[in-house]
Design a protein around this ligand. Structure first.
Ligand code: NAI
Ligand code: MG
Length: 357
């Protein structure tokens, strides 16, 4: 009997409506090639839904998503909607309720792509940013007081817990064992002397349990420079929610475009579905034009299949992506003329022995 996985698809907004359906086509092509089935249900959640219904998802939205094996997501946010809402009412809500405490973000130069870093090759740009995804700077724990008065005041208090730090550290060290055996903790404990000093202390304790993994600590300002000057020194970059958010866009940039970056919001214990999305947002400036780069979205589909245990299908998609990029096919963000769907089609055609019907 063929295995069937239940996938919740959330386009979100903007280019999500263009790249999520194409990403699903690629996953379906791989599924039929590798002998499993994807049973996909679409949910119209996002800022567009908010404009009609006053919330990013209905009250039972999380209960609906919970029943799936995985969530395939684009991005949420529209210029006409208050931009403090998308994270609060959708992205962070899903990530925290489903204990997706790992944000897994590969930074890997694809075949044939010129990195903006002159002289850096595929060997040099190949690491993973592991962003703590449930706490830290992004817990939205604060307030704004008297905003329009001369005494206006605003706070956002970070939260770091021993359990939260330990679990992301263990994940990172275990991952390093499967890669090149190196963890770099990117921190800023010289100035955030409470939260990040504690973060460093707990990570150093965990590091002692992995004597076979090389452990180093680096401040984020230096790390930002090293992403550009010496990306080859990184293997697993373990970092906080906000630092990881910022550094992974820089990671996308050194891969040539934000449009290439994939990610998984992972609940390693599998108590809840994990959610897979590109690192970029809804790109309203290019939405509806058919020119968005679909590769970060498609690669996120490969990460989803890998998480479900369909490793061969995941590897085939990544290989097909590389075949497409090696052929010179480029969307406008990397100076090309190819449309979103042309790139997706080339990837489907490059899947080994896949036959179109
Ligand atoms: P963005 O990532 O959407 O766009 C930044 C720039 O990169 C834009 O010029 C855009 O055209 C370009 N870009 C992004 N993805 C691309 C792709 N696949 N192909 C070609 N070009 C691409 O970030 P921005 O503009 O800061 O935010 C736009 C909206 O997205 C906001 O409402 C924001 O809140 C939301 N957002 C949502 C996220 C999520 O749902 N996880 C993550 C980041 C932003
Ligand atoms: Mg981001």
């Amino acid at each position: 009997m063929t295995k069937t996985y239940k996938i919740a698809a959330v386009n979100g907004d903007g280019i999500g409506h263009e790249i999520v359906p194409l990403g699903l086509e690629v996953m379906q092509a791989a599924a039929s090639q590798f002998g499993f089935t994807l049973d996909v249900t679409h949910f119209p959640f996002g800022a567009g839904y908010y404009q009609q219904h006053g919330d990013f998802m209905p009250a039972d939205g999380l209960d609906s998503l919970k029943k799936f094996d995985a969530i395939y997501f684009g991005a949420v946010g529209l210029p006409a909607v208050d931009d403090t809402l998308p994270a609060k009412l959708y992205t962070f809500k899903v990530r925290t309720h489903f204990r997706q405490y790992v944000n897994y973000r590969p930074v890997k130069l694809l075949a044939g792509i010129d990195s903006p870093l002159r002289n850096k090759t595929q060997q040099d740009i190949d690491f993973v940013v592991i962003r703590e995804n449930n706490e830290g700077e992004f817990v939205q724990n604060g307030k704004i007081l008297y905003p329009d008065s001369p005494h206006g005041l605003a706070t956002d208090t970070s939260v770091f817990t021993r359990q939260g730090i330990e679990q992301i550290a263990h994940y990172s060290f275990r991952l390093a064992r499967k890669r090149r055996g190196k963890v770099t903790n990117v921190t800023k404990s010289n100035t955030l002397i409470n939260t990040l000093a504690y973060w460093d202390k707990v990570i150093a304790e965990v590091a002692e349990q992995y004597p076979d993994v090389a452990y180093t600590k680096m401040y984020v300002d230096a790390a930002a420079a090293n992403f550009v000057l010496r990306p080859e020194i990184f293997d697993v970059v373990l970092t906080t929610n906000m630092i990881g958010d910022i550094l992974s866009d820089l990671g996308g940039a050194i891969m040539g475009s934000l449009g290439y970056g994939p990610s998984g919001n992972i609940n390693p214990e599998r108590e809840f579905p994990s959610m897979f999305e590109p690192i970029h947002g809804s790109a309203p400036d290019i939405a509806g034009k058919g020119i968005a780069n679909p590769i970060g979205q498609i690669w996120s589909g490969a990460l989803l299949l890998e998480h479900l245990g369909e490793t061969a299908a995941a590897e085939a998609i990544l290989k097909a992506i590389n075949t497409a990029t090696a052929s010179g096919l480029r969307t406008a963000d990397v100076g090309g003329k190819a449309s979103t769907s042309e790139v997706a089609k080339a990837i489907i055609e490059a899947l080994p022995v896949y036959e179109t019907h």
